[in-house]
Unconditional design. Sequence first.
Length: 462
Amino acid sequence: MKIKGMRWWIIALLFIAAILNYIDRQTLSALAPTIQADLGMDDQEYANVINIFLIAYTIAYLISGRVADKIGTRASLFFFVAWWSVFNMLTAAARGVNSLSFYRFGLGLGEAGIWPAASKAVSEWFPAKERALAIGLYTMGATAGATMAPYIVIPLATYNYADAIPKIANWLGNGQGWRIAFIITGLAGLVWLMPWLMIYRQPGKSRLITGSELAMLQTAALAEEGESLEPENTWSWKQVLSFRGTWLLLLARLITDPVWYFYQFWFPKYLSSDRSLTQEQLKITWLVYAAAGVGSLLGGVISGKIVRKGVMPVASRMWVMLVCALLMPLSAFIASAANLNTSLILTLFTVAGALAWLINISSLVVDIVPKHSLGTVFSVVAAGSTLGGIMMNMIVASMVTGPSDKPSGFLDTAFYALLDPILNAVQGQGYAQWFLIMAFLHPAAWLLLKFGGIYKISATAK
């Protein structure tokens, strides 16, 4: 049986995988008050559990792309999804801070792998003119998962299992509701593995692809400069780390990804503290994730349209990213806006711009790196993202809380020597200072890419 438009069915599977990835990630956040009460965790311990996840995520970024390059897209994504799904289910067995930290560390090791593996899938199944759109579509799964998570896991956690299924409730013991939430969300990932194994192959080996689609992909591959002469050997670590594009893109993501991390982790707290929204009113944050999804889609669509007009892929990405960079200075006015509605409108534009940027900088990696080493380079570049997120957490925490009388967490101590001057400079200045900083991060990164020679790299990398 042949399936028309097989590449789009693959993107649909990646979209679902991204939804599951973010639901599993957000389950702990959505159920934090209940879990903290059941396990006797204070906020400092909870913060350390999150930091452990981020450290594992960073480590995994550095190695997961290499794994994807070595064993292939199909096997690597199966491994990553199975790994994180099992660890998400094991979280139900947590009995204290140490065991919870162990399971979340395992989750972080698996979850990072989806992004370099998915980028390889796009490089194998999509021509340059469609890559940004494909990346935008599966990235929308992340924003959809973040939006859906509370509406899925909270009902699961609060259901009266003691009356409905008393044997299971007694077996799981204290906190059976949130434990079952972890088990069910993890099981969903294991179910996803079945269609993935059945469907995914490289185009030339797929029995489901139509002849016309295969011919289109082969023609597009030959049309890309140097593609037919591409060597088969994966780059060594020395080649990866000596490739200028790796460092340019890593620094650009380190500078700009903290904006998206801020809107995920801190924006609801800003609305609560500075705009006086109640817990119930904070449901309005779904608009932020919706704007992120729109930005992901538009960033891919517009970039693809420019490529279809004959513009080189790298130039197309950079034009879209320039528009995004010019949009981001609106961030400076979010905190000072006279009313909530104006503040939210400005936020929606900046979030959409941030995600359109993210889609196109991800596409740049696919455009300039040979397929055989794409996963490795992508993962090294993406490690800059989590490092930027960790530093953002520390800086914003210092801005909004000021000096703390509690002992520093291990992550604070590790980064203290690097960030101490910055933390002291911004301490206690509130969210407005961070909104101002965010206004300049994307323009700075765009200039870094342009004058760092990203256009020259695109002409010689392959």
